[in-house]
Each structure stands twice: as C-alpha cells, then as structure tokens.
Design a protein around this ligand. Structure first.
Ligand code: NAP
Length: 272
C-alpha cells in the first residue's frame, strides 16, 4: 500500500505517521487543486489519509474569526481531495468529527445516519458540511470526539481540561487515540468505506475526568463544576456535547474498551 498522509504535523497526523511509518508526508495546501493534482499524479498513491484541517489555536473559537482559512481546509480542501481521489480510484480516508451533534438522541446515541443537529460553532458547521458530502461517496469517513491520550500534548483533551479552573459536568462520548488508531487500521486494512463513529464505550464527563486526574496524577489539582448554562461565559463559539452510537462498529465485530478504563490508562501514563 502506498500511502500519502496529509496534515502529518498535526495531533492526529503525527499518530498516523507512527502507524504508517512509510507513508509519504508532503506539505501542500489541500485547498490548492493544482497542488493536489500534481501530488497525486506524481506519487500515484493507493491510499490518501486526510488529517489536514483547521481546528483552531488555542481552540475552535479561532475558527469564528478565521472563517476563510477554516472553510478552505475543512470543506474546500476536503472536497478537492474527494473529487481528485475519486477520479483516480484512490482510497480516501477522511477525519470527520462527532462534534456535529448535541444531546443523546433520546438515549439512543447518534448513529452514522442521523443528520447533524449542532450548528453553534463555525468549526462544527464546516465539519458537518464535509461529513455529509463524504457520506455519499465510497470513502472512509471517521468520526472521533475530543481525542485524548497519555501524552503531554497541548491537544490532548486531558491536558486541556487540566488547565481550566471550571470544567463541564456533562456526559459525552470521547475517543482514546490508541483505540482510535487500532480501529482505523482495521477498517483501512479491510478497505471499508462509509462513515464510522469511533468513540470508547460508555460516557464520561470532563468533570469526572478531572476527578480521576486528581486521584491518579495530581492530588493537589482542583476544578469547579461548570454547567452548560454557564458555558457561554467562558467560550465564544458553542461547544458540542453529545453521545454517539457505536452499534455500526460492533456490527463489524469491533468493540472499543470502556471509556473510564481508557481514561485511567492515559492518566497512568501521564503520571509516569
Ligand atoms: N483534535 C480534535 O479534537 C479532533 C476531533 C475530531 C476530528 N478532528 C479532525 O481531525 C483532523 C486533524 O485534527 P488535528 O487535531 O490533528 O488538528 P491539528 O493538530 O490542528 O493539525 C492540523 C493539520 O492540518 C494541517 N493543515 C491545516 N490547514 C491545511 C491546509 N489548508 N492544507 C493542508 N494542511 C493543512 C496543519 O498543518 P500546518 O501545521 O502546516 O498548518 C496540521 O498538520 C481535522 O480535520 C479535525 O477536524 C480533530
């Protein structure tokens, strides 16, 4: 398999680079169609993994004031890759997001077929637009949520939460990166197409994660509970809080470990 990895300098891209050490990691603007065409025609990959996108620094609020760059990377670039890969029968793997939903879908969790229902941030709107278009084509569209691992990366959910004095006490589906990568690899090996929610089993709130952080990593840590009603006072764009269904993955015979077990493993690594 000749694999081309885009966005290889990002949080997810760096992980995929470890998973596929022989992948080519060119740095082009995916919103530049001529550059994409030239790259695909020169390298002739079998597989393109798209980890390129604008997520905002220090967070998605950035996307509210940088709409053109966000649109170019998350929508225009994603669609250029889609069209050019389809035209060359190249297998495309795209990083989507579960942050296009709000709520728990009356206890059922949102499936891959449910329409997005969260539009309070520009970032989420761009991810929903590209997600919905990918669904109509034979590409592998992977939805993850609030990824975390045992690293000190500023992009790791646990490291982000540890910096806040107030954290939300709302249950969510979240994704442990090592489990995400295992699952992505299995789906890629099987040449699966379609959309897949990839989150750990069960739900957890950011506040519970910080309780475990205090227990395992830093007994001196303290954080206050933040309610959803008060979230608006600390962020600019809305934040998705949602629960995703993993039934489709289970239908493929893939079970992802319970979320609290994964959080404990990540915290154990952080402690060391
Ligand atoms: N992290 C999350 O919470 C999360 C959750 C769900 C889904 N996702 C999705 O996963 C993907 C990767 O996220 P991430 O957390 O790894 O983001 P990240 O750390 O911000 O990295 C983004 C990567 O995309 C590259 N990039 C940005 N604009 C580009 C463009 N126009 N053309 C080519 N490359 C471009 C960046 O390169 P430079 O450094 O050179 O700009 C960087 O390598 C995104 O699509 C994101 O929406 C992320």
């Amino acid at each position: 398999m000749k694999t081309l990895l885009l966005g290889s300098t990002g949080y997810l891209g760096e992980q995929f680079k470890k998973l596929y050490p022989n992948a080519l990691v060119p740095r082009i603007d995916i919103g530049d169609r001529a550059a994409v065409i030239s790259l695909l025609d020169t390298e002739k990959p079998d597989t393109v993994i798209n980890c390129a996108g604008k997520t905002g620094r220090p967070n998605v609020d950035w996307c509210e004031t940088h709409k053109e760059e966000t649109l170019r990377a998350n929508v225009t670039g994603a669609l250029i890759l889609l069209e050019e890969c389809l035209a060359r029968k190249i297998y495309l793997v795209h990083m989507s997001s579960g942050c296009i939903y709000a709520g728990d879908n009356e206890g059922r969790g949102f499936t891959e077929d449910d329409l997005p229902n969260f539009s309070s941030s520009f970032y989420s709107r761009t991810k929903a637009w590209s997600d919905q278009i990918m669904k109509d084509f034979p590409v592998l569209n992977l939805r993850l949520r609030m990824p975390f691992d045992g690293s000190r990366s500023e992009r790791n959910l646990i490291m982000k939460l540890a910096k806040y004095s107030k954290v939300l006490d709302v249950e969510n589906s979240i994704t442990y990166l090592p489990d995400f990568l295992d699952t992505a690899k299995k789906l890629i090996e099987k040449r699966k197409t379609g959309t897949y929610n990839i989150v750990n089993e069960g739900v957890i709130s950011p506040y519970r994660i910080m309780e475990l952080y205090k227990e395992i990593v830093d007994p001196a840590h303290s954080s206050e509970k933040l309610t959803l009603e008060n979230l608006g006072s600390v962020v600019k764009a809305g934040r998705s809080n949602c629960i995703l269904s993993t039934d489709k993955l289970k239908g493929e015979g893939i079970e992802i470990r319970p979320v609290e077990e994964a959080v404990r493993e990540a915290l154990g690594q952080l402690k060391n």
